[in-house]
Design a protein around this ligand. Structure first.
Ligand code: SF4
Ligand code: SF4
Length: 439
């Protein structure tokens, strides 16, 4: 019967990775729905922003808490390697027994597992702090209206999973340590389970300890499989997508708006017709973006990489002054609309039109008009997301395709068109203020 456990483990592993793989494939296809956008690869950005979490350190305490969870997550992957080896072979602590005769190998193994234990303890404290921040302190950016329902639950689920995972790690290591000692083999030497946690299990019989160790082991791997499949449906996808998102950097500078060549040429012809050369550009099918497929692939990747942290919304002057606009909601709406469109296309075929659009059905004119284009949301985002670029594309569509603008804007546009400036007087009169001053 020794083959039963490896068999169950192998079946579960294949099932978990296959299901997650299908979901990741869907996300990749959804992002590819977007239009081309030139980007450059920046390893520096990826190391600083995604790996080093540079922007998080503007606020030290949350940054340190986040770092504890994040490094615990990264280092736990090393222990997972042994869990997979044990799972496939039916062995127990395969790596430990393979290196136990080498002082260096054994020392390194003990150091890594001890490091995981210390980080897991810190991550446990950080997880409790995050739960309190969301649910007891109700920090403003976590209780904005766009966080009602699933986004709030999503933020909590991952924290509960984290607690189960940490409990499983200490149950596994503590029971294993107590069993090791009960069998007369001494201590493994792990920092926390070898000195403190094992005492919680010291009163149990060897049979019970063996069961508890297996319970901890299976819970650990089952939480990992659940996490793997839950991640691509959750905002926690940022754990993975923050890396490509930070790597693919926009070519345009920070705060720089993308020119529309057709409009640029029109303006140039007004300012200096002699400077123009070549044929006039044909009018585009539409201006700006109405739906997600009109946005660029980088904007769609942004939407999936959003952590829903709300730092952009907290910094947004429009939101601070009570306007309906929240840059976080812009990103969440973009992702939700992408999901809806992709589901409909999967059900009804790739050319299916569901009669809905990001502009209007998800993001309202009122939200778009409230943006001051100050760029604060872009500046604040810890994972290089640009909500402003989406707002601008939707607003361009609203104004240039739907001719929807408030009266004050329409007057300004007319002045620009007629006078080459937003003011109400002709270009020829511009210098008059000089003569008035001299007089
Ligand atoms: S650019 Fe617009 S959305 Fe972003 S912070 Fe400024 S006002 Fe808010
Ligand atoms: S866009 Fe950036 S700052 Fe805003 S919620 Fe998403 S990750 Fe946070």
């Amino acid at each position: 019967m020794a083959f039963v456990q490896p068999l169950i483990f192998t079946v579960l592993t294949v099932a978990a990775f296959s299901m997650a793989g299908l979901r990741f494939k869907r996300i990749y296809e959804n992002i590819r729905m977007g239009q081309p956008e030139p980007v450059k690869g920046s390893l520096r950005n990826m190391i600083l922003l995604a790996l080093g979490q540079k922007k998080m350190f503007r606020n030290l305490i949350p940054a340190l808490l986040h770092l504890a969870v994040y490094t615990a997550f990264l280092l736990t992957q090393v222990e997972l390697l042994e869990i997979f080896l044990d799972g496939f072979t039916g062995r127990h602590r395969l790596i430990y027994y393979a290196v136990q005769d080498s002082a260096f190998g054994k020392g390194l193994y003990i150091a890594i597992i001890s490091g995981i234990e210390v980080l897991s303890l810190l991550a446990f404290a950080a997880t409790l702090a995050f739960l309190a921040r969301r649910n007891l302190l109700k920090v403003l950016r976590f209780v904005k209206s766009e966080m009602n329902g699933w986004p709030r639950l999503d933020g909590n689920i991952i924290l509960y999973l984290e607690i189960v995972l940490i409990a499983a790690i200490f149950t596994m290591n503590g029971a294993d340590e107590a069993l090791h000692r009960a069998e007369g083999k001494g201590s493994y030497g792990f920092l926390l389970s070898g000195n403190a946690v094992w005492l919680l299990f010291s009163g149990f019989s060897p049979e019970t300890l063996a069961v508890l160790e297996r319970v901890g082991w299976w819970f650990h791997i089952l939480v990992v499989f659940s996490f793997l499949n839950y991640l691509p449906f959750s905002k926690h996808l940022h754990i993975m997508l923050a890396f490509p998102n930070a790597y693919f950097t926009r070519v345009s500078g920070n705060g720089q708006m993308r020119n529309m060549p057709e409009i640029q040429r029109e303006i140039q012809s007004m300012l200096d017709p002699s400077a123009l050369s070549g044929e006039a550009l044909p009018p585009p099918d539409q201006f700006g973006a109405k739906d997600v497929q009109d946005l660029s692939w980088k904007q769609l990747l942004d939407a999936y990489a959003c952590t829903e942290c709300g730092r952009c919304t907290a910094a947004c002057p429009a939101n601070q002054t009570g306007k309906k606009l929240s840059p976080r909601k812009i990103m969440m709406d973009t992702r939700d609309r992408m999901e809806e469109l992709s589901l409909n296309r999967q059900k009804h075929g790739p050319d299916h039109q569901d009669g809905k659009a990001l502009l209007g059905d998800y993001i309202s004119t009122e939200e778009l008009r409230a943006c001051t284009t100050c760029n604060a949301c872009v500046q604040e985002c810890p994972v290089s997301i640009n909500p402003l670029s989406i707002i601008l594309e939707l607003r361009r569509h609203l104004i240039l395709d739907q001719s929807s603008a408030p009266e004050s804007w329409t007057q300004m546009f007319t002045h620009v068109e007629n006078n080459g400036a937003p003011w109400q007087f002709a270009q020829s009169d511009r210098d008059k203020w000089i003569s008035q001053t001299e007089a």
